[in-house]
Design a protein around this ligand. Structure first.
Ligand code: AP5
Length: 216
């Protein structure tokens, strides 16, 4: 099974992606996590990506598509794409890339969350720079404040989670990524819209149920 998780910044793509990895045995591919790792390591990719990410803008399509080509080459399980595709160019390129890799896309899961909830979630998010686990000081705090439950690393606030950059990321989502919902609705791939404002486990249950009902 190959899925796309689509939703605004803070909609819970990473959180749900991690749960679906456990429930469905797929690999989660977050372009945001891959880019942040490259920035941390100071690779050529990271140097290209950092200024776009800090500004809340999208990293150029050709950079992202290069990353996805590598992922498809090295992965032999089903994939959950988290944060990809994000532009029409990326969505149009994905079909042929999947076909070349002998894969097809089974569903697009859209997480629908009101804007005021997105802003609260993002302001409370704390992330582990070592294992990418995600917490929230309001909704899902770690057992020990500031420390990752999984690996003990010190939690950080993402540099792009400040108020100004979050505003920009939401604008970019509306202008460049939200139109992908209409793009996929016109395609044969099922689009499953899920109420992403519920409790984390209830959302995951709804996703799994919607996938079962679509016979994916
Ligand atoms: P990326 O890392 O993909 O960020 P994003 O899309 O802005 O999404 P987020 O990671 O902010 O949110 P999420 O939906 O994963 O929510 P999460 O589960 O963490 O991209 C960052 C940047 O990289 C982009 O701005 C761009 O520059 C670049 N980039 C990445 N991909 C690209 C691409 N394809 N093309 C071009 N550029 C690209 O949840 C958020 C918080 O809410 C957490 O604290 C969590 O604990 C909490 N939470 C989650 N679910 C719930 C719930 N149900 N109830 C209460 N709290 C919840």
């Amino acid at each position: 099974m190959n899925l796309i998780l689509l939703g605004a910044p803070g909609a819970g793509k990473g959180t749900q992606g991690a749960l679906l990895v456990e429930r469905l045995g797929l690999r989660k591919v977050s372009t945001g996590d891959l880019l942040r790792e490259a920035v941390r390591k100071g690779t050529e990719l990271g140097q290209k990506a950092q200024s776009y990410m800090d500004a809340g803008d999208l990293v150029p399509d050709e950079v992202i598509l290069g990353l996805i080509r590598e992922v498809l080459e090295e992965t032999d399980t089903g994939i959950i794409f988290d944060g990809f595709p994000r532009t029409l160019v990326q969505a149009e390129a994905l079909g042929p890339l999947m076909k070349d890799a002998g894969r097809s896309l089974d569903a697009v899961v859209v997480l629908a969350v009101p804007d005021e909830e997105l802003v609260k979630r993002i302001s409370g998010r704390r992330s582990c720079p070592s294992c990418n686990a995600v917490y929230n000081v309001y909704f899902d705090p770690p057992e020990e404040e500031g420390v990752c439950d999984n690996c003990g690393a010190e939690l950080v606030q993402r540099p792009d989670d400040n108020a100004e950059t979050v505003r920009r990321r939401l604008e970019v989502y509306r202008a460049q990524t939200e139109p992908l919902i209409a793009f996929y609705e016109k395609s044969p791939v099922p689009v499953l819209t899920i109420d992403g404002s519920q409790e984390v486990d209830a959302i995951a249950d709804d996703i799994v149920q919607a996938l079962e009902q679509t016979a994916v």
